[in-house]
Design a protein around this ligand. Structure first.
Ligand SMILES: [Zn+2]
Length: 488
């Protein structure tokens, strides 16, 4: 398996630290609002990466934090006249609920910043003792960036370039404008905790380093997040962890590309800003995931409602093929055509091999999905050609392979057609004096009566059957393998 490591800017052979096990961490949200679909792209991408590692036989331990104390939360709380705890609790719950709705697996560990103050203080103390951090007169504690010779390696920046770009800040408590806060002295009305440096709260970058160390142990195999987090957040996480524990921090850094809406950057002012919640009110999680996975996770992703509608249609088409394969397997009555079956089996093997090769190549979901789109096309050709001579094992095998591949990506195909309504019993009773209570049997009788009427050119009866079914929300579909009654 090859993974692109954004730290080395190279695709590398993935070699976990411990044989057969992967420890990975992905920065979670700051819980002050509903997450937008740009955030969702990151979480869905890493969910698929995790699922593929599991499907490949790795024992994966996945940790993701909730940043439940932060300036944004405090500002939102002040705007709304609520406490920061209330805001954080509301949006933590909403985040977890919408992740479930998007079919994103729960992390194995979900630490919250406010519950990890002790380990964070421990790490800051250690950094001060080792000369990598200092307490300022104002009660803040800063990390001394120049004390870390490897600073800049995660995001590929040079300290001198950073210096040129560094804002000349008002803050005179810092020894160097590049230094960043590990601990912030409390201001009135803010959440605060006791520390050796007075009351205050941790800086944002501090929590992930402490949590990774506590719950996964350093170094870890994979650290991920959106590309906007590479600097300064990931750079700062890494600096703290390597200077505190000297074990390295993360072997592979993975960053997801940004999400555009109709080719433009998403922003509230442009009116093209969508939350995950509102998208999932209108469309299925499966369609959103399919749309996202048709672009490689590192490339910019263009979201549009038309593309999402298109993904919804693709899913319906794939599910239709799966259903038709299953139906053909059950209903084909002629001697199976062995040559066509062998061709379908070969197409299934090719799709599976291609899917695996693409996923093993830095999680190329776009290529993996394309391999199965191709199989769907070939399965449709097979159904047309085999007609009522479909091979049961080949058809079921293809159906299972298609559904299984999408399931690995966390895409559940739409449910197969619903049960037929019991009202068909009455129709069958009127048409052909059927007195049983088996709805499927009644459907077969109705189809037989219609076929008989058509054979006798009794169009009146055939049309009457069609109209009666339409009134019940049903339609007759004539396929190569025979006719069937289905929901409109
Ligand atoms: Zn983080």
């Amino acid at each position: 398996m090859k993974i692109y490591n954004s730290k080395t800017r190279k695709k590398e052979d993935f070699q976990p630290i411990e044989e057969g096990k992967v420890r990975m961490y992905v920065c979670g949200p700051t819980v002050y609002d509903n997450i937008h679909i740009g955030n969702a792209r990151t979480f869905i991408s890493f969910d698929v990466i995790r699922r593929w590692l599991i499907a490949s036989g790795y024992e994966v331990t996945f940790a993701q934090n909730l940043t439940d104390v932060d300036d944004k939360i405090i500002n939102r709380a002040n705007e709304q006249g609520r406490t920061a705890e209330e805001v954080a609790s509301e949006f933590s719950d909403k985040f977890i609920a919408v992740m479930h709705k998007a079919n994103v697996m729960d992390p194995d560990v979900r630490p919250r910043a406010t519950k990890e103050i002790g380990p964070m203080i421990g790490m800051i103390k250690s950094l001060i003792e080792q000369g990598h951090a200092y307490a300022a007169d104002n009660g803040d504690v800063y990390f001394a960036v120049r004390s870390d010779p490897s600073y800049g390696e995660v995001s590929g920046r040079k300290i001198d370039d950073l210096m040129v770009g560094a804002r000349i800040e008002e803050n005179e408590d810092k020894n160097d404008p590049l230094d960043f806060a590990l601990w912030k002295a409390a201001k009135p009305g803010e959440p605060m905790w006791n520390s050796p440096w007075g009351k205050g709260r941790p800086g944002w970058h501090t929590e992930c380093a402490a949590m990774v160390h506590r719950y996964l142990g350093t170094p870890i195999d994979i650290h991920g997040g959106g590309s906007d987090l590479a600097f300064p957040h990931h750079e700062n996480e890494c600096a703290q962890a390597t200077c505190a524990w000297h074990e390295g921090f993360a072997n592979t850094w993975m960053h997801t590309g940004m999400l555009l809406v109709d080719g433009e950057k998403m922003s509230k002012s442009l009116g093209n800003f969508f939350t995950l919640e509102e998208v999932l009110e209108k469309h299925s999680a499966a369609a959103l995931r399919l749309l996202m996975l048709q672009t490689h996770y590192r490339s910019p992703l263009d979201f549009s409602w038309e593309r999402l509608e298109g993904a919804e249609n693709s899913l319906a088409r794939i599910a239709g093929t799966v259903n038709n394969l299953v139906w053909a397997a059950r209903h084909s009555e002629d001697e199976p055509d062995a040559e066509l079956a062998a061709k379908l089996n070969a197409a299934v093997d090719d799709a599976k091999a291609e899917f695996e090769a693409q996923m093993d190549d830095d999680f190329n979901t776009a290529g993996a999905v394309a391999a199965y789109f191709q199989l769907v096309t070939e399965a449709n050709t097979y159904l047309d050609q085999a007609g009522s001579a479909a091979d049961k094992d080949a058809a079921i095998g293809a159906a299972a392979s298609i559904a299984g591949a999408f399931k690995v990506l966390g895409i559940e195909l739409p449910e197969p057609e619903e049960e037929l309504p019991v009202g068909l019993l009455g129709v069958a009773a009127g048409l052909c004096a059927y007195t049983g209570d088996d709805v499927n049997e009644a459907a077969e009788r109705i189809l037989a009566a219609r076929a008989e009427a058509r054979a006798a050119k009794d169009w009146g009866t055939a049309d009457a059957i069609r109209d009666q079914l339409r009134d019940m929300g049903l339609a007759i579909e004539d396929t190569a393998a025979g006719s069937r009654i289905k929901h409109l």
